[in-house]
Ligand binder design. Sequence first.
Ligand SMILES: NC(=O)c1ccc[n+]([C@@H]2O[C@H](COP(=O)([O-])OP(=O)(O)OC[C@H]3O[C@@H](n4cnc5c(N)ncnc54)[C@H](OP(=O)(O)O)[C@@H]3O)[C@@H](O)[C@H]2O)c1
Length: 248
Amino acid sequence: MFDLDGRVAVVTGASSGLGVAIAEALASVGARVAVVARRADKLAAVAKRIGGVAIARDLSDLDQAGSVIPAVVDALGPPEILINAAGSMFTEERAEAEPRVAIEQTLGLNLIAPFLLAQAAFPHMVEAGRGSIVNISSISGRVGIPGIPQASYAASKAGLSGLTAELAVQWARHSIRVNTVAPGFFRSEITGPLYDSSKAAEYLRRNTPLPKEGSAQDIVGAVLWLAGDAGSYVTGQTIVVDGGWTAR
Ligand SMILES: NC(=O)c1ccc[n+]([C@@H]2O[C@H](COP(=O)([O-])OP(=O)(O)OC[C@H]3O[C@@H](n4cnc5c(N)ncnc54)[C@H](OP(=O)(O)O)[C@@H]3O)[C@@H](O)[C@H]2O)c1
């Protein structure tokens, strides 16, 4: 049920953190993986390790985002799996002070780029007669996070869940499934400063029911389930993987 032998998969944000773990996991069950992010050196190392291809692009530049899927088709063939994991925060200001440019950057990278990638993958998935798209959002698209202001980030991640449900319904007739995985807190480049501050790390521990720190590996199971046949009747959903943070 978890075998992806020969299927072409695209993973954005695969130069670090969750994206790397996801790309490695897909490759380990047989997928041929294209990894996408800006840092060509890191991407090349990941691609080499997993026998995939590196496609260096800045997804904040929506023209570059539009060129990803054609490059994947050239290098590996038509994609059947798309994992939109690239994402970032562009401001730490409180909502009332977020600069407009940061709001636009956040929505561009975290919401518009995944939509454009899905649009570009669509005809190939239609042709294949199946496809799975998994967007990586965040629990902040579902609940407010006290003490860590992130209004535009939360809006972009909640937007992914709305997009997911709508694409799932529109594209179900082609057997294309669209889901979102919403992580809680995991140590990575984006959250490194949080974990490095003992006060913040204690805040994370106190608010996470499961008694261990989330690692990139903890997100992989949900993505593998949704990417392949194990999740064949699941579409339009947002699956929360957060150690129980939002269950409190
Ligand atoms: N870690 C957490 O606790 C957590 C919680 C909730 C949600 N998430 C989400 O999970 C996803 C992965 O985050 P992570 O924790 O693994 O963080 P990370 O280590 O900072 O990884 C972010 C990835 O996105 C890529 N990226 C950033 N800006 C990009 C751009 N303009 N164009 C192309 N790629 C870009 C980065 O690569 P380059 O720098 O090489 O471009 C990197 O590969 C993100 O969508 C994040 O919002 C993470």
